[in-house]
Design a protein. Sequence first.
Length: 539
Amino acid sequence: MALVAAAVTLLSLSSELTFFQDSWDFLINRRELSADALLQPHNEHIVVFPVAIFQLLLHGFGMDSARPEFVVLSLFLLATAVVLFAYVRRRTGPWPALMAATVLLFLGPAWQDLLWPFQIGFVGSVLCGVAMLLALDRDDGRGDALACALLVLAAGFSSLGLAFAVGAAVNVWQRRRDRGLRRAYLVAAPLLLYAAWYLGWGHDAETHLSAHNVLVSPRFVWQSLIGSLDSLLALATIFGETVGRSQWAIVALAAIVALAVRAHRRGRRIPPQLWPVLAAALAFWLLAAFNFIPGREPYSSRYLYVSCVFVLLIGANLLQGVRFSRPALLAGGALTLAIVGFNLVPLREGRDFLREQTVLTRSDLAALEIARESVDPAFALTPEVAGSSYLVNVTAGGYLAAVEGYGSPAYSPAELAAAPEAGRAQADVLLANALPLTIETEAGAGAAGGKRCARLRGATGAAAPSLLLAAGVSAIELPPGGPGRIGLRRFAAGEYPLQSEVAGGTTTLLRIPRDAAARRWRLRVEAAQGARVCQRASR
């Protein structure tokens, strides 16, 4: 039931969303099946399997909708919850395992990993890494071979796989006396493959390793632990892309440790399986700390999913052998339901943020397609023209080439005209820059002439008159007098997103290139002395 509920929730929340941020790098710049496309690093990460999955989905389903990517991400999330359940069940029983898996399925503060298909890299590494730990539980040759294969997969999804390799190495060292060191192959093989990738491609990846980051890494580890407990217990609140932290997590941490110490005093030793998990968690937190830059805080949404999985694995080992009474299980179940309810709030807030970005993305891309005949292929969707900092991977040439081969996720002109106002206004801004519209002002009024002229009465503010413009050159003559303001819009309805100050006694030439949309621009002139507008259609 928890899996079905999670699947329905995640797919419902993502139903209106489109591609976001780094996903565009894969869709635009890694469309071809080649060694470079698969092996080039993304930031500091290896992304072989995420790129392969995106390519398969792109070639199989096109780019009209992001739905296939969301379905695959949901399947990965469900599978991760299943392997987590299996791992925790072996140590604490089915009911605590169900609680842990349920909280993970609805981990709202980690909304980026739950609602952003690009994060399949982290999620894939976690899935294969936890499955690898399960394989090591077999403590036999087949388990080792399976663990080796899973570790290769974990390392191919993201560099997070290195943290699980550290955990596997600890397991090999623990079992060296009775099983020997020949098992080291299960760590050596993935690490050799990773080293080969690093020598060929990964050494070009950016790095933010610094002495300062190393020195403050213990604080990063502590904040990761506390932020994870905050999220697992629904004590965190979302702010943009990060979560706030409370001190109640320290109380929860103390309670878990107290239970573990109590069990130890009753003759239960700390299970040896704890140390590989603890080593993997510390490796992840330290590697993240060493490469810290603003935006990669330990409590950032995309890091919380990984950290919470490690905390659940550590907790399962600390509580191994503890027998929970029926009242304790009932209380735990009630608490789990309450946590899920509270964590749905940041999950929905994350969805709302992505939905806002979806409107801007589809509007900006619609404008880019409308301007395709005249836009410079190198035109980039910078925050200044796109109204969003999440489209920096998109250039006109790359995007339009992808659209030609795989379809368009953008609004059609009719859909853009009915889109939320924020998207329509931003589309006008991007269109003006992409076409581009040009404007020149020269001294003197009344020299433009032309047969298609209209006089606009003098007025300012909302009462100022407006008229529709065709593609071509329009001369806006402002008689001597005070300054005026020219406003332009095309798809926007509540405002004129494009405005320019003009002096009295001047003529302003506005050039509008032809494009792929029939909708005309609307001009408003605010000037107390009125104005004359003469239009010459383009040939």
